[in-house]
Design a protein around this ligand. Structure first.
Ligand SMILES: [Zn+2]
Length: 106
């Protein structure tokens, strides 16, 4: 199955900002398929779950680092989960919980 991250290109492109060269576009080996261009059906499922995890985190306004700390895991592990490289551990924080916490603080 074609890798959704690099679309089977095996490489992804990013912009690197360095003071000495301003900005430049670099090709990096795709971090989801590790440059194979294809992913397994299981990884495909993980990618869907990881995307939901990512959306949930963004909705709460958490940075990768902050969310990783909340979960007690490394930021790079959380990043791998969100792209579906490893199995995401779905741990949603409900809106109600947030509201309760805010009430206690006040
Ligand atoms: Zn890829």
């Amino acid at each position: 199955m074609k890798c959704p991250n690099c679309k089977g290109e095996k490489m992804i492109y990013g912009i690197v900002f360095k003071p000495e060269v301003n900005e430049r576009i670099v090709a990096l080996t795709c971090n989801l398929c590790d440059g194979k261009g294809i992913i397994t059906a299981q990884q495909k499922k993980w990618a869907v779950d990881g995307e939901r995890m990512y959306q949930d985190r963004i909705t709460r306004g958490f940075t990768l680092r902050l969310e990783a700390r909340r979960k007690g895991i490394d930021a790079s592990v959380l990043s791998d989960m969100e792209i579906g490289k490893i199995k995401p551990v779905w741990d949603p924080v409900t809106k109600e919980k947030h509201e309760d916490k805010n009430r206690v603080r006040k």
